[in-house]
Design a protein around this ligand. Structure first.
Ligand SMILES: NC(=O)c1ccc[n+]([C@@H]2O[C@H](COP(=O)([O-])OP(=O)(O)OC[C@H]3O[C@@H](n4cnc5c(N)ncnc54)[C@H](O)[C@@H]3O)[C@@H](O)[C@H]2O)c1
Length: 260
């Protein structure tokens, strides 16, 4: 990643799930573009590494993105430490793989809690304190629009996020707050590292991606930084797919590939 832009100069952001993958790349990009960032994650060691790498432009807060007290504390830290909040990126998310007929209810609920209720809580608390307008971004997925076997909870949570940002854009637009979702395709991160152990899965994704490769966290961070910036001043209520064009093809049958 390289940029000479300072599009986020003077802005203060919060990012959930910022210790790894897409969230981490976005934190680095936001800082490179001039922002100060309060980073939340449940991974304290990952947060400490990030803080050591970046220095004063970040503040880290360990916590659970699906817990209302922790989300409140994250937003309060931004206001107390940096005096304002301009950008909120609800990015923490988890996956799961289970056929509906075999599904464990607790696993279904956990995925919905982190992937959908978590963003709802950040929209709620960030929306309360953004008194000069702002930009809220939620990480959805290609799976907001494309179904995958074994992925009922994940797909439903991400489709829910795509609609959550529309309702939030309606409610918060009159206060100058834009709300958008970013929808990554298949990106190499800790979340997908298991899939990289099986070349057939990677091939299945890449064959169904017109641009012929998997994505990188920086591919996604480029779009989250755009949405955070005033370059996106007239963009709200959208789902920005960043998937190499995969949404116009078909999702690989993951359970079929692994023989489950
Ligand atoms: N990697 C992909 O292919 C892909 C594709 C589409 C969407 N996404 C979405 O991107 C987002 C980021 O995923 P990633 O691929 O960077 O994965 P990742 O595992 O590298 O990063 C996710 C981060 O979120 C944190 N986290 C998870 N649950 C949390 C919780 N309850 N509270 C606080 N932090 C929590 C993890 O500790 C981790 O640091 C997720 O919402 C994921 O669903 C990823």
């Amino acid at each position: 990643m390289s940029t000479s832009n300072e599009r986020l100069s003077g802005k203060v952001a919060v990012v959930t799930g910022g210790a790894s993958g897409i969230g981490r790349a976005s934190v680095l990009r936001f800082v490179a573009e001039g922002a100060r960032v309060v980073v939340g994650d449940r991974d304290g060691a990952g947060l400490a590494d990030l803080a050591a790498e970046v220095g004063d432009a970040v503040e880290v807060v360990e916590g659970d993105a699906s817990n209302e007290e922790d989300v409140t504390a994250l937003v309060a830290t931004a206001v107390e430490r940096f005096g304002r909040l301009d950008v909120a990126f609800a990015n923490a998310g988890i996956g799961s793989a289970q056929r509906i007929v075999d599904a464990d209810l607790a696993e279904w609920s956990k995925v919905l809690d982190v992937n959908l209720t978590g963003p709802f809580l950040l929209v709620k608390h960030a929306g309360r304190v953004m008194d000069r307008g702002g930009s809220i971004i939620v990480t959805a997925s290609l799976n907001a629009v494309q179904a995958g076997t074994g992925m009922a909870a994940y797909c439903a949570s991400k489709a829910g996020v795509a609609m959550l940002v529309q309702v939030a854009a309606l409610e918060l637009g009159p206060r100058g707050i834009r709300v958008n979702a970013v929808g990554p395709g298949f990106v190499r991160t800790a979340l997908t590292e298991g899939a990289f152990l099986l070349p057939e899965i990677v091939d299945g994704y890449v064959e169904n991606t017109p641009l012929g490769r998997h994505g990188t966290p920086d591919d996604i961070a480029a779009v989250t930084a755009f949405l955070a910036s005033d370059d996106a001043a007239y963009v709200s209520g959208t789902l920005q797919l960043v998937d190499g064009g995969a949404h116009i093809m078909r999702y690989p049958d993951i359970l079929g590939i692994v023989g489950a």
